[in-house]
Write a protein that binds this ligand. Structure first.
Ligand code: SF4
Length: 125
């Protein structure tokens, strides 16, 4: 059945292509009120925003005070364990920023095409 909601996870090539017959029979094309409409990208983005809130909390509450301490103090207070936690949070933040950037580039590819993006970022073929 034809549907033009390309952001829905069941959309493919102008049609609704769900994984089950049940969804297919209940689906209402071209309506966000469709009971099986699901915007996977937005859902993932919302989850990532929640995750990033937690990571920023760790940064502010643990990481920043730890940065003020000397190595000897860290050893005394088992700070190395805390520092490793902070380090892991930092890596998660980095990977979040990479995903976010890749998402933005993908949006640009969808909107303007690959050649436009290659030109913008001066990517060599
Ligand atoms: S589940 Fe609904 S909104 Fe999604 S593609 Fe099918 S008909 Fe369209």
């Amino acid at each position: 059945m034809e549907c033009n909601l390309s952001e829905c996870q069941w959309y493919a090539f102008g049609s609704c292509c769900p994984e089950s017959e049940e969804i297919f029979h209940e689906a209402v094309p071209n309506s966000k009120d469709c009971p099986h409409y699901f915007d996977l990208k937005s859902a993932a983005e919302a989850e990532r925003k929640d995750m990033i809130k937690g990571i920023k909390y760790v940064f502010n509450e643990i990481g920043n005070p730890l940065k003020q301490k000397h190595v000897e103090e860290l050893n005394e207070m088992d700070g190395i364990k805390l520092w490793n936690t902070y380090d892991m949070a930092f890596k998660l933040l980095e990977s979040h920023l990479r995903c976010k950037t890749l998402d933005e580039i993908l949006d640009e590819v969808n909107e303007h095409g690959v050649e436009w993006v290659r030109e913008k970022y001066k990517l060599i073929k």
